[in-house]
Design a protein around this ligand. Structure first.
Ligand code: FMN
Length: 395
């Protein structure tokens, strides 16, 4: 795939990474793209680069539009390696380019890629006239790194927000109106849940700040996945909902089990919840993808976690899940715990402590059963599920 003109004289020159399935632990089952954009005006501007392994593809794409030596500026909206690690290779071809980065990005850029650049630092509201167009920079610290920044093309109404509004979605199509909407929103919500969610309060503020700046957004061109050309408000509205914790009557059951007792409990709890007409998503951890679990948690009301006791502790896959999930700070969820044990217990207490310490709302009752649950004990699990269903329905 070569270049695409996304708007007059503004080109997508990125690459599609069809093969990647593990992106720093994020399971990218549909691959991803590294979107870079080239603006052809009196000045030529490259906005973001790609992962260094694809440097030659980027250079080839730039060459379709102009000689890389004609590039005047390279904007690095975000210094992370998937977007900026091609910089040392690109600068060898774009010898005359100045590198534009946020003030907070400068040191990190040098730490990653050396100091052999003519660097310009910018802050929110700074403008750069490039001929017919003017670019404006908007710092977006912690969305999702301290250096993160958005570039806005005033005259075209195009926002290039780097990782915000992105999706890990490799597709031969580039635009929102060309792809299956359910897949697009699934990947966008997965991206939000696994990358952006810890910074939800900042997302809310940033959306308000941008709207207060009165800038018109005609198109959102993120650094991963599909470009929001036809309906940018769809992803802005979704971000508003996700960042404010809008949820539905849905419960996530996440557990692991060595010999099946905790599985039996999990199924009985699920049946109790379902009996109240509430949606359940059910994940046995060692058979599941944590990235997808977090996506399902995003709009759920409760998370019920089960673990057998192993050597006085929770099961390792459960510990891994709790570390990951608590770090992502899902807002406003009710957490509850269950598990089977043999003699001294340990798992439920440990799980509760971790989640309480993270500051989340823990249901005051847990359920622990010795060895294999009897039918009476499974009934208790069923009732536990019903109880949680009633709780989230506010009964
Ligand atoms: C290797 C191993 C270590 C265990 N360690 C403990 C323990 O420290 N404390 C305890 O109460 N039970 C312990 N158990 C017992 C299990 O918690 C018990 O068999 C439980 O019913 C297993 O649930 P599951 O079928 O969901 O895996 C251990 C079991 C195994 C296999």
């Amino acid at each position: 795939m070569s270049t695409i003109e996304i708007s007059k004289d503004i080109f997508w020159v990125g690459v599609i990474d069809w093969d990647v399935r593990d992106f720093h632990g994020y399971q990218t089952r549909r691959g991803t793209t590294y979107n870079a954009y080239l603006i052809r005006d009196e000045k030529k501007v490259l906005v973001d680069t790609v992962k260094y392994t694809f440097s030659n593809d980027l250079i080839k794409n730039i060459n379709v539009i102009c000689n890389p030596e004609e590039i005047d500026y390279i904007v690095i909206n975000h210094i992370e390696m998937d977007h900026a690690s091609a910089l040392p290779n690109i600068i060898k071809h774009a010898k005359n380019a100045k590198v534009i980065v946020s003030q907070r990005g400068r040191d990190g850029l040098i730490k990653h890629y050396g100091s052999n650049y003519d660097i310009i630092t910018v802050k929110t509201g700074d403008k750069l006239n490039i001929g017919k167009r003017t670019l404006m920079f908007i710092e977006a610290p912690m969305l999702h790194w301290p250096d993160s920044m958005f570039t806005y093309i005033l005259d075209d109404g195009i926002l290039m927000p780097n990782d915000a509004f992105g999706q890990h979605y490799a597709s031969s199509q580039r635009f929102d109106d060309e792809v299956d909407q359910s897949i697009l929103m699934e990947e966008a919500s997965k991206y939000y849940a696994n990358i952006i969610m810890p910074f939800s309060t900042l997302v809310e503020k940033k959306i308000r700040e941008i709207s207060d700046m009165g800038i018109k957004i005609r198109m959102i061109a993120p650094s991963h996945g599909i470009i929001w050309r036809s309906n940018p408000s769809k992803i802005i509205e979704a971000y508003k909902n996700w960042s404010t914790g809008v949820s539905k009557n849905k419960v996530i059951i996440v557990y692991d089990s060595m010999w099946g007792s905790t599985s039996m409990m999990a199924r009985a709890i699920a049946n109790g919840i379902i009996s109240q007409g509430i949606e359940v998503k059910f994940f046995k951890l060692r058979e599941s993808d944590e990235t997808e679990i977090m996506m399902e948690i995003l709009d759920a009301k409760a998370i019920i976690v089960g673990s057998p006791t192993l050597n006085n502790s929770m099961f390792p896959s459960v510990a891994s899940f709790l570390t990951y999930a608590c770090g992502l700070k899902p807002m406003g969820k009710l957490w509850a715990f269950f598990g089977s044990y043999g003699w001294g217990k340990g798992a439920v207490k440990q799980m509760k402590e971790i989640v309480e310490k993270a500051g989340f709302h823990v249901y005051d009752r847990s359920i622990e059963i010795q060895y294999v649950p009897t039918s009476k004990e499974l009934e208790e699990c069923f009732n536990f599920g019903r109880e949680i269903a009633s709780k989230i329905m506010g009964k």
